[in-house]
Design a protein around this ligand. Structure first.
Ligand code: PLP
Length: 401
């Protein structure tokens, strides 16, 4: 057996099979490139589902992490530490908000948002105890905890995990009328992805998100934007909602916030909303730790100049122009997305998304399929234009083979 085969067989024997990775074993990575245990190089067009927006081994982020490793890495929230206030202040500023509640993973940020919205509903809005409802969209992806999968519409994500957490109402994504009809006086929040990543990079109809903003404001309901995947530069703006001129009541951030180094997530909102918490009512041992804050502070500093957003916008235009040329030829049925982020529906006759991903892997390009025959393309924002073009050439080769 090759080193690759041995590593995969061993992983299969000793790890739960809750993932089905492509058969590549990465040993090192830099920028948009990964090298496997046998020395083969691959172009990374997934970027850890946007956790690696700034690329592998980004010098600034690695240096920030190394400097912090030598000072202090963890205090728990039992004590203050000297990176915490700066992190919260800078992140709130980036979001034009007032307060931050740091967590670690995206799912924890979503859980925190659910708890915040419910508490806000009871304490501020005056919803009768136990009656709070949160409206979510069909085909959402917000994480993997028992509460979060309780409002998933994906049978794979839900099956065998009941009993499910009540208090959620699911309406079709992009349907403003359905949202209006689902609202009652007990609705405390609407939780949405401004672009649905896992669903296949679905961009809602123009006017939908401003409509959600208007409706939620009218009805005294919190608009919670899950920008864990869409945020922090991916779409060519800091937040995907900016494309529609919309400001939510709460941002959920994760993935790229940790710079591909550590898990960092956060709920960012107003003092009215996050002010509902008193000591002891919510927490996390690792949330807001010094290492996380140091890396995230560097991420925030990088985003403040706008250069990564601009790069994502420019390269994104190029990506969508090139992908657009593939539609109409029969191999590609549709392309969606915004910025350096695309969902590409391959003609089912050419194979499943998984099969296309495997063929691309042979061509040294790594992508991930979503549902059916859709693949998604989301390179690190630091990818070189020549490298992106090379990857697109490999895609054309696979589609025309
Ligand atoms: C990845 C993701 C999550 C969950 O984040 P984890 O860090 O995997 O828990 C939540 N929402 C969206 C939109 C995501 O893409």
């Amino acid at each position: 057996m090759s080193i690759t085969e041995t590593a995969i067989a061993s992983a299969e024997a000793h790890s739960a099979h809750n993932y089905h990775p492509l058969p590549v074993v990465v040993a090192s990575a830099e920028g948009a490139w990964m090298t496997d245990v046998e020395g083969r190089r691959y172009l990374d067009l997934l970027a850890g589902y946007s956790a690696l927006n700034f690329g592998h081994g980004n010098r600034r982020l690695i240096d920030a992490a190394k400097a912090q490793l030598d000072r202090v890495t963890l205090t728990s929230r039992a004590f203050h530490h000297d990176r915490f206030a700066e992190f919260c202040t800078r992140l709130a500023e980036l979001c034009s908000m007032e307060m931050v509640l740091p967590m670690n993973t995206g799912a924890e940020a979503v859980e925190t948002a659910v708890k915040t919205a419910r508490k806000w509903g009871y304490r501020v809005k005056g919803v009768p105890d136990g009656m709070a409802k949160i409206i979510v969209a069909s085909d959402n992806f917000h994480g993997r905890t028992t509460t979060v999968i309780s409002f998933s519409t994906d049978p794979e994500a839900r099956a065998d995990y009941g009993p499910y957490t009540p208090g959620f109402e699911i309406v079709p994504y992009g349907d403003l009328t359905a949202l209006r009809e689902a609202m009652t006086e007990n609705t405390v929040a609407v939780l949405l992805e401004p672009i649905q990543g896992e669903a296949g990079v679905l961009v809602p109809p123009a006017g939908y998100l401003p409509g959600v903003r208007e409706l939620t404001r009218e009805r005294n309901v919190l608009f919670i934007a899950d920008e864990i995947q869409s945020g922090l530069g991916r779409t060519g703006r800091t937040f995907a909602l900016e494309h529609e001129g919309v400001e939510p009541d709460m941002y959920l951030l994760g993935k790229a916030l940790g710079g591909g180094v550590v898990p960092v997530s956060a709920v960012v909102s107003s003092a009215d909303v996050l002010g509902v918490f008193r000591p002891g009512e919510h927490g996390s041992t690792f949330g807001g730790n010094p290492l996380a804050c140091a890396v995230a502070l560097e991420v925030i500093a990088m985003l403040r100049t706008g250069e990564y957003q601009e790069r994502a916008a420019e390269l994104g235009d190029h990506l969508h122009r090139e992908l657009g040329l593939l539609t109409g030829g029969g191999a590609v049925e549709a392309v969606r997305g915004r910025g350096l982020w695309a969902g590409v529906d391959i003609a089912p006759a050419l194979g499943t998304g998984r099969e296309i991903s495997e063929r691309l892997m042979v061509e040294r390009v790594l992508v991930k399929d979503t549902h059916g025959s859709t693949i998604r393309i989301a390179p690190p924002l630091v990818i070189g234009k020549d490298d992106l073009d090379w990857g697109l050439d490999r895609l054309r080769a696979v589609l025309s083979a």
